[in-house]
Design a protein. Structure first.
Length: 279
């Protein structure tokens, strides 16, 4: 039987802007995903370094299609796709996926931002989008787990400003009263747990100063009716060919073939200097 959200989990997402789904992927599936992230030449060949202000770097690989690789099948699987459709309220398609690799003593910080602070500039008119972060390792305060501002998805799109040429951040002046009024939550996860969070959720993470790596696979979905109006954007609508939740194990350690996944050659950092306003 496929996974189905409980009413309590749906209510938590609506109220708080996120929900943690414990043990959604089992040890065998996480082992497959870890090996794919470590061994697939397409992943290592597309790796980009996203530096923070102090010179620490987070290694990312970014792709925009869900193919037949084991990680593509994870995105196409019912447990994530149906969860996204239930929470968004309509059919969804795969918007993008990303490996975020914070290696020991190297992984950099991400400052407060909203994903829709970026995706708005991809041509998505509404924040009817979400992210599913699969923990590939234990993530905790020591190695830079994700921090969320609980309930901040109800604040609308916050102005973002450049932090570096590789990273934008939510306007620091606006963040002062937000952090005073709303609770910050540290989302500690075990391998196989999935954190689902709204596109307008304010989030950040500290650098990894521990001896343990912190790798996560983030799979993002968009409402079909919210398809980007920018026809040249590689995140435009492609029908999601869903598969059963046993597809990963049936496929085994399957890497990307050809250009199915559409790996990005550079990180997308929109120019936010000419825009403003909350939506």
């Amino acid at each position: 039987m496929s996974f189905e959200l409980s009413p309590t989990q749906r209510d938590a997402y609506e109220r708080d802007g996120y929900v943690i789904l414990r043990n959604l992927f089992d040890a065998e599936e996480i082992a497959l995903l870890n090996r794919a992230m470590e061994e697939d030449p397409a992943i290592s060949g597309s790796a980009l370094i996203r530096p923070d202000q102090e010179g620490f770097g987070t290694r990312i690989s970014l792709w925009n299609r869900a193919g037949d690789s084991v990680y593509g099948l994870a995105a196409r699987g019912d447990r994530l796709a149906c969860t996204a459709a239930t929470l968004i309220g309509e059919d969804v398609y795969h918007f993008q996926s990303k490996l975020t690799a914070k290696d020991p003593r190297e992984g950099g910080a991400w400052e407060w931002h909203q994903d829709y602070g970026y995706w708005y500039h991809n041509g998505c008119l509404r924040p009817d989008m979400l992210s599913c972060m699969i923990a590939l390792d234990r993530t905790d305060r020591n190695n830079g787990c994700l921090q969320l501002v609980k309930g901040s998805h109800k604040l609308g799109r916050i102005d973002h400003v450049p932090l570096t040429d590789k990273q934008n951040e939510a306007h620091p002046e606006r963040m002062v009263p937000i952090l005073a009024a709303y609770e910050t939550v540290y989302t500690e996860l075990d391998p196989g747990d999935v954190l689902v969070f709204h596109a307008n959720m304010l989030h950040r993470s500290d650098k990894n100063l521990s001896d343990n790596r912190r790798w996560t696979l983030i799979i993002c979905y968009n409402a079909v009716s919210n398809d980007t109006y920018k026809t040249d954007d590689n995140r435009a609508f492609v029908p999601l060919d869903r598969v059963g939740d046993d597809a990963m194990k049936q496929a085994g350690l399957k890497f990307s073939t050809g250009d199915q996944e559409h790996f990005a050659k550079q990180a997308y950092v929109p120019d936010v200097t000419a825009t403003g306003g909350n939506d």
